[in-house]
Design a protein around this ligand. Sequence first.
Ligand code: F6R
Length: 607
Amino acid sequence: MCGIVGILGREPVAMRLVEALRRLEYRGYDSAGIAVLENGVLKRVRAAGKLRNLVQKLSDADLQSTIGIGHTRWATHGGPSEANAHPHIAGRVAIVHNGIIENFKELREQLQHRGIQPESDTDTEIVAHLINVALEEGATPKEAVLSVLEELRGAFAFAIIFEGHDNLMIGARRGSPLAVGHGEGEMMLGSDAIALAPFTSRITYLEDGDVVFLTREGFEILDGERRHVIRPMQFTQAASLLVDKGGYKHFMAKEMHEQPDVLGHTMSEYLDFANGRVRLPELPVDLKALGRMTITACGTAFYAGMVGKYWLEQLARLPVEVDVASEFRYREAPLDAGGLSLVISQSGETADTLAALRYCKARGQKVAAVVNVPESTIARESDVVLRTFAGPEIGVASTKAFTCQLVVLAAFALAVARERGHVDAEREQELVRALQQVPRLVVQALEQEEKVAKVAHELAHASDILYLGRGINYPLALEGALKFKEISYIHAEGYAAGELKHGPIALIDEKVPVVVIAPRDALFEKTVSNMEEVAARGAKIVLITDEAGAMEHGAKAFETITVPAADPFISPLLYAIPVQLLAYHAAVFLGTDVDQPRNLAKSVTVE
Ligand code: F6R
């Protein structure tokens, strides 16, 4: 995934930028570059491939500038070529960017109407041009950036420098991470504290919506409402650790907030936004001839698999069996040689999932693995690896790995559906566009955190909680209950909303809160009926829905949490957010060990 760095320093910055980029290599990249202001003029050096290629080019450049920005790029819009590598320059503006600009096509067309022809295929260059146009119209750099940010849809972090301004760097973040580093008479920007660790351990983490204006002497931050704000400076341990908490109280909090960023990166691997197409590595089976498929996984990854089943059956008309790996391996399930199995695992080391994989292979099946750790045993032993790009997940309760698994499964289902002739090019484009909006909508869902925390504090007093969901959101009810019990130690169960009256409704009284996950979709009225059944028995309802759902039935709930309205296809990705936040804030309220809950291990390598 892309990494950003910027230094406004006192000594030549070119090699210091490279040093910082080297520390961002762990995020993965396929090209790199820097831009500096050499004697007041923008100079740029970029190279496809590894940083050594950039270093090679820099050795001929003899750059002495003390201000510059750098970038490691993970290709999203446009392939991994030098021309698409960052920084991008337009007139007097150089910019590096991490994230996805959703409305870049419209913005590019606007520029083309003005006679401006971008050189690269990237969304980033469009932003550079827009800022440059504003400068040419007489705006100051600060005014230009603020006005262009208003026009952008998507999730992003930027670092920007300007010809003619040797003591100014502007940073901005919405969704993607960005930190300010404080040096001695110098200031920096970085995707994380690790990038800046060689130069400083004093870090200020920007919050979503923030814009920062750096000079060598200090900095000024405006928040999303464009009010002056002060964000705390912290001392980090990043020099000695590859991962730190990034200013959050827990890894789990950091990992939940990383979701817009890592979802964007995972998507960019599997979706071609420019053409509205899904692109998957070649699968070693004839998808058209496939009669069925199995998915195996454990815990949260299993719930991701359940969502995958809905997508595959609805979109690709492919019958799918989903099993918990510990059952599947002993069930002696008959499997056809030449068929396809999918295993899902964050760690890639879960013993039961690995055993399921080996069981499938022993019966002549081809195995595709959705894994987050590419060097893991499951990745090594499977025929095709569909990697999630969640980055290291430290909190035991899986959050960002889960939503990244969903992204891969959505892309997978879409690719299979296209191959089997159940989705035409137009529908494929629509669904890719819907997915493209996920990082931005996740940012919006995360903005509800304060409200969700209040609800979580109420739930923390309960001894038992039920979660209800229907259709593709039923697995979310299961995941919500799992998350809640594993970190708050409060008993919680998830049920298919329609199943309640077949038994579990006997549990309901005024002491059992019921969390209902119900977007305003085709199944909404049915779920609301189930909600009324429990409300009539005294249960306190927490309704998680969108604005339309809240308008219609919010009054029946004790508390309503709203999630941005979206295409039902992507709803599991959005409803995962309040479900995670609820569990997290209940656990924080109760004072449990959020990142390492009792009795649990991150990687379960025993049966
Ligand atoms: C729950 C959780 C676990 C894991 C499960 C599988 O928050 O994290 O349920 O999902 O142990 O682990 P992986 O995905 O590493 O195979």
